[in-house]
Ligand binder design. Structure first.
Ligand code: PLP
Length: 329
């Protein structure tokens, strides 16, 4: 793992590469008590030519700084974030097979390490970068998701922290995820916090709807309202869809419209997007009072094409015309 400490007055120390191990901490650590904790999630891929490449690391570095600002934490310079990634990927690349069956998931995290129970921004922080080898799901399309619409608890508040990756957002989401599972679903659909009417996200992924009229498709994703996370995968897919000739728009979709448009055949596909999930089809939807299927419940052609386009770039099988891949030498 890579470790770097920050102190008020002296700033960031040079990062160190250390064995992945337990870390000492004070029981009075601010991060533990008041939740000054942020994180990121990104992936390194082994390409067809054998080299390792990280997907859009600069965008994750920027989002990490945005999260830090929101939580009154020091910003980690992008150069330090990127150098830490390079160092750990170089160190761990031997664990990533060459057959696209696994990727290296990279998890940067920063927490307030100062021991003090006063409620104010801490004066000491620790940045850590750890990595795990994860299944890539490449070559075997996972089954489409069954999703539960949570009409009781929003994930985020108006003016809250929904648009950043702070740890508390995820703890607060666990109860709704458990309710989704109790109702036989895989993931929870989050609605807007003001009206609990407009679809925002799915678990820890963004959502897309494909609307079809005749032979033309349009791709719709909820606008960045401030309560949902601006996903790096979300942004990438809107670019790729535009290049495939789809009309791409940010538009609010209510739960009622979602149901009606599936019934009428206007919505033909729905999928989730995220670093960990990639592009994942949604097949069925349930609410407390209704349930419906999206088209025939299987993976649709737009979902499959976008998944293939994204993975093609990540694994180096397609040209990287947007310079999204950062090669690690
Ligand atoms: C709440 C939430 N929404 C969406 C996403 C997808 O974002 P990305 O594509 O950057 O992984 C994530 C994952 O980071 C998330 O935690």
């Amino acid at each position: 793992m890579v470790v770097a400490n920050w102190r008020e007055g002296s700033g960031w120390e040079s990062p160190e590469l250390l064995p992945h191990a337990a870390i000492p901490m004070s029981p009075a650590m601010v991060g533990l008590h008041y939740g000054q904790v942020i994180f990121e999630g990104l992936k390194a891929f082994r390409r067809a030519d054998g080299r390792m490449a990280v997907f859009r690391p600069e965008d994750h570095a920027r989002r990490f700084r945005t999260s830090a600002r929101r939580m009154m934490m020091p910003e980690l310079p992008d150069a330090v974030f990127l150098e830490a990634l390079d160092e750990l990927v170089r160190q761990d690349q031997g664990s990533v097979p060459g057959d696209s069956s696994a990727t290296l998931y990279l998890r940067p995290v920063m927490f307030a390490s100062e021991p003090d129970l006063a409620v104010r921004p801490a004066r000491e922080y620790r940045f850590l970068l750890i990595a795990f080898v994860t299944d890539a799901l490449f070559g075997r399309e996972p089954r489409p998701l069954k999703v539960w619409v949570n009409e009781d608890h929003p994930r985020a508040a108006v003016g809250g922290t929904g648009s950043v990756k702070c740890a508390g957002n995820y703890a607060g989401a666990l109860r709704a995820q458990a309710v989704a599972q109790d109702n036989g679903c895989d993931q929870v659909v989050w609605l807007d916090p003001a009206e609990l009417r407009w679809v925002e996200e799915l678990g820890a992924t963004n959502l897309f709807f494909v609307r079809t009229s005749g032979r033309s498709h349009e791709l719709v994703t909820p606008p960045l309202s401030g309560s949902l996370l601006p996903g790096v995968t979300r942004d990438s897919l809107t670019v790729l869809a535009g290049e495939m000739g789809l009309k791409v728009l940010e538009d609010r979709v209510s739960v009622g419209e979602w149901q009606d448009d599936c019934r009428s055949g206007r919505i033909t596909e729905v999928f989730a997007s995220g670093t960990a999930a990639g592009v994942r089809a949604v097949g069925q939807v349930r609410t407390a009072g209704a349930s419906w299927q999206i088209a025939d419940g299987s993976v649709g052609p737009v979902t499959a094409a976008l998944s293939e386009a994204l993975q093609g770039i990540q694994y180096g099988r397609r040209p990287d015309s947007h310079r999204w891949m950062h090669l690690v030498d």
